[in-house]
Design a protein around this ligand. Structure first.
Ligand code: SF4
Length: 330
């Protein structure tokens, strides 16, 4: 491990200025990903860690049907919020499925958005071929054993999975990310926050170096919307998703008048299933509709030998959550 300087920030503007001015500096919040990568795996070597946990970026407030969540709110605090549990219960379901209570008490919402991939090759510094760590070096996962990897948004350059559970319902809800930089603040929809790996898997999102997530805004769906999150995994706890799906449906007289669907465990980013939503909108809530939506969502996967099983599993995950949320029997 390379030595690094630890700095505690008391002011957001000063913290942003400090990290922006130093290419070797990174933010430290809950530390549940960052400290793993720095202290245990040794695959990230910042020269300076700027601790932002004392910044005033906490609190959950409701205004005009939008839930504002500070970037330093913990997963456990968000899971305990009454408005969220009542209006968008699938966010709470994803939070509880996403980590142990110990981790939920440390991990922040901003950090969850920025969590790094669990790709075992990325986290093993003895593996040389990793385009995400060393652009142009190749991808060990494409030719080696792969299972916890992506099939949507993936390519021969990188099949690393974005493993967040929380981000799956958040992207279904059109959540917006508020960001502070040296030149001011800006907002980016979560649907546009992540970047497909393409030929540069090391670039994962639209953040410029030094920009700080200050809060997220979650638009609440219309009353009567029902939602659910389904996560399939190799064991019931302490495990990442093989596939997952978050669905929010508003159904009137048997017709789906509003549908939001997103997938986890399959994408290089939290995956909004827009093609499936198009099929669901205005259609009758039936098993046939749900199967057509699942087919559309998995229309163009990129698989390797170890991940091919996810195509069918993801379809079944979608069909099952749509039955569950709609109340339509299989
Ligand atoms: Fe690296 Fe991505 Fe390949 Fe994993 S899948 S080895 S992160 S390039």
């Amino acid at each position: 491990m390379r030595p690094f300087e630890y700095v505690r920030a008391d002011d957001a503007t000063a913290a942003v200025a400090r990290v922006s001015a130093d290419p070797q500096a990174e933010y430290l919040a809950g530390g549940t990903t960052e400290l793993d990568l720095v202290l245990k795996d040794g695959v990230v070597e910042p020269g300076r860690l700027v601790d932002v946990t004392r910044l005033p970026l906490r609190g959950i407030t409701l205004a005009e049907d939008t839930l504002r969540v500070g970037a330093l709110v913990t997963m456990e605090e968000l899971a305990a919020d009454a408005t969220m549990s009542e209006r968008v219960p699938f966010v709470r379901e994803a939070l509880l499925a996403g980590a142990s209570p110990q981790l939920r008490n440390m991990a922040t919402i901003g950090g969850n958005l920025l969590q790094r991939t669990r790709c075992r090759y990325f986290r093993d510094s003895t593996v040389m071929a990793c385009n995400k760590r060393a652009p142009g070096s190749g991808c060990a996962a494409v030719r080696g054993p792969a299972r916890m990897h992506a099939i949507l948004g993936a390519s021969e350059h990188c099949i690393a999975l974005h493993a967040s559970d929380l981000c799956v319902p958040l992207i279904a809800l059109d959540t917006v990310v508020d960001i502070q930089g040296v030149d001011g603040s800006r907002s980016v929809p979560l649907t546009q926050f992540y970047v497909l790996p393409g030929e540069r898997p090391d670039i994962e999102n639209v953040l410029q170096h030094g920009e700080l997530i200050t809060q997220i805004r979650i638009p609440l769906p219309p009353g009567g919307t029902r939602s659910g999150y389904l996560k399939l995994r190799d064991r019931a706890s302490y495990e990442f998703a093989l596939t997952s799906a978050a669905a929010a449906l508003l159904i009137e007289d048997g017709t789906i008048v509003r549908a939001r669907l997103a997938l986890g465990g399959v994408g290089t980013m939290p995956w909004r299933a827009l093609e499936a939503e198009e099929i669901l909108h205005g259609a009758s809530a039936t098993g046939l509709t749900f199967r057509a939506a699942a087919q559309a969502a998995l229309d163009d996967p990129f698989t390797v030998a170890g991940t091919a099983f996810k195509v069918e599993l993801a379809k079944r995950t979608i069909i099952r959550i749509l039955h569950t949320v709609s109340g339509v029997r299989p």
